[in-house]
Design a protein around this ligand. Structure first.
Ligand code: FE
Length: 359
């Protein structure tokens, strides 16, 4: 018996020493390579400023790979376990859900992030977290539309807006996420009818980006459009006088204030599944969610800060406060496929009925 106890004690000491040694080696390795590899879709000067601030504050070097989100997701998939990526930053919750579904992210435990990021703005398994918010609003020609005529996204299907609606293609994920929320709130059948009616009300076939819709309103091609808020900020602060004129020509209307609230989307970040620098990755995302970093986000890109301690910029405040749709943003990703199908069918049916009316 005594011998057995002695043998167990010796084994325990051995294991403890071995673990100690392992930890030391890890720490040494980390000390040598204090860095974080960030794959990001965002390409704003403010982000560079923030990365530099993080480096200064922590001594952790930020290595950036910049590309479109779908390219980054593909890159991470191809790299597999060998991927150097520590953090993935994308715009639109739909893409973060896509990355999670492809098993490219991992759950992280962070009290700071739990506290700062509202639960509907992060993944249920804490695989991704919102960093900034944007509202998808209705913009209208100030000289032709009274804001009282507007109410909800659903109301864009009304005959009042025949040949007056401008919106980018449904191939764009911003519209797919808006549709995903409409499906969630109203059901697929109602969403389908709505989409068909909106397609029927379009002033032209979808073309261009959000900014182009605003420019088309001001050029008189249509009266109302659906765009993300920060594009208005960009237009108003553009060096190009034509863009400033376009920004000034439209009013901003926050839809669905009497019911669920205006559709919100995010840009956000998650820790990569095979992150070689996981601790640094968590520190990095915590920094981006901090008050200090959120102030920079808020000022620089006309987005709404996700950290409630930080006020939106003066311009955004001038648009007024509004009720947000608090749907769990993971639903935008979960309903994405349905949204694409609903749009495809709506466009197809509309084409058929137009054809029928010309025969
Ligand atoms: Fe955008």
């Amino acid at each position: 018996m005594r011998n057995t106890l002695l043998a167990i004690a010796t084994l325990l000491v051995f294991v403890a020493c071995k673990n100690d040694k392992k930890e030391n080696t890890n720490t040494e390795e980390k000390a040598k390579t204090q860095e974080v590899n960030v794959y990001t879709h965002r390409h704003y000067p403010a982000d560079q400023e923030l990365f530099a601030a993080f480096e200064k504050k922590t001594g952790i070097k930020v290595n950036v790979v910049n590309a479109k989100a779908d390219e980054l997701i593909l890159k991470m998939t191809q790299e597999g376990e060998q991927s150097p990526a520590d953090v993935l930053i994308t715009v639109d919750a739909g893409r973060l859900v896509r990355a999670k579904d492809k098993n490219l992210l991992q759950s992280v435990a962070s009290e700071k992030l739990d506290k700062i990021i509202p639960s509907n703005m992060r993944d249920e398994d804490n695989q991704w977290f919102a960093l900034t918010k944007r509202a998808r609003v209705i913009v209208y020609a100030k000289d032709r539309v009274q804001p009282e005529q507007l109410s909800t996204y659903e109301n864009l299907a009304a005959d009042t807006w025949k040949n007056k609606i401008l919106i980018r293609s449904s191939g764009n994920i911003y519209n797919q996420s808006l549709m995903a929320s409409i499906i969630e709130h109203n059901g697929e059948e109602v969403a389908k009818t709505w989409a068909e009616q909106v397609v029927g009300n379009m002033a032209r076939s979808p073309q261009g980006n959000d900014r182009d819709q605003v420019k088309a309103i001001v050029a008189g091609e249509g009266d109302v459009g659906v765009v993300n808020t920060y594009y208005i900020g960009k237009l108003l602060n553009s060096k190009n006088p034509e863009e400033v004129k376009a920004g000034n020509g439209v009013g901003i209307f926050f839809p669905n204030q009497e019911d669920r609230g205006t559709h919100i989307n995010i840009s956000g970040a998650g820790v990569a599944k095979y992150a070689p620098n996981k601790e640094n990755a968590i520190k990095f995302i915590e920094f981006l969610a901090s008050k200090e970093a959120q102030e920079v986000f808020a000022k620089a890109n006309y987005e709404y800060p996700v950290n409630a301690e930080v006020q939106p910029s003066e311009l955004l405040q001038s648009w007024g406060t509004f009720k947000e749709d608090n749907i769990a943003l993971s639903i935008l990703g979960k309903n994405n496929k349905k949204a694409v199908i609903v749009f495809d069918e709506a466009v197809g049916n509309n084409r058929k009925s137009r054809l029928a009316s010309t025969i």
